[in-house]
Ligand binder design. Structure first.
Ligand code: FMN
Length: 168
């Protein structure tokens, strides 16, 4: 059962999971794929609710979002998806069908053609309204040295649907 919720109702829960295991970022280009993000988050921009997701250029997800211009974010709760987070956060969709490998179920999105992950409780469907490739010269030197040269594209996705499919 789908229960629509305000986009900003569970920001604290999203931030907690973001920094303690990560969120599933699902895309559909040539095929359905999911990866894990530990950075980014929900904000408000251009009068719209926005989910910012940082995706390095090397990720299969990057080429998928470039094609589809949309993505979904599914938030796992508790420890039940720990193993799936580990796998999806370290293996590429170029080499694996991660849904099959991790026994994840893709359910159709409500407002986008990218699916959500049934095994998660909270979901955000997003359409890209802006993207920005990082400009290395604009980054603080210590962060540049610590985290790069594989730079991120920041995708700003308008949250077009936010809902629960389970207990939170
Ligand atoms: C906890 C965690 C957080 C991560 N955060 C990000 C992130 O914010 N951006 C990113 O590009 N990769 C991040 N990764 C790495 C990707 O999830 C990983 O490289 C994945 O295999 C990419 O899959 P793909 O090639 O199928 O897109 C993270 C991995 C983990 C385990």
């Amino acid at each position: 059962m789908i229960k629509e919720v305000p986009y900003n109702q569970y920001i604290a829960e999203v931030n907690k999971q973001l920094t303690s295991g990560g969120l599933f970022l699902t895309s559909k280009g040539d095929k359905v794929n999911t990866m894990v993000i530990g950075w980014g988050g929900i904000t408000f921009f251009w009068g719209k609710p926005i989910f910012i997701v940082p995706v390095r250029l090397s990720r299969y997800t990057h080429q998928q979002i470039e094609k589809s211009n949309e993505f979904t974010v599914s938030v796992p709760m508790g420890d039940s998806l720990k193993e799936a987070l580990r796998f999806c956060g370290s293996r590429s969709g170029r080499d694996y069908d991660k849904f099959k490998e991790c026994n994840l179920t893709a359910l159709p999105g409500q407002k986008v053609s990218t699916p959500i992950i049934k095994e998660c409780s909270l979901h955000y469907e997003c359409k890209v309204v802006y993207k920005q490739d990082m400009i290395p010269e604009n980054l603080a030197t210590e962060l540049n040295q610590k985290w790069y040269p594989d730079y991120h594209t920041m995708y700003f996705g308008e949250i077009v649907a936010c809902y629960l499919t389970g207990e939170i």
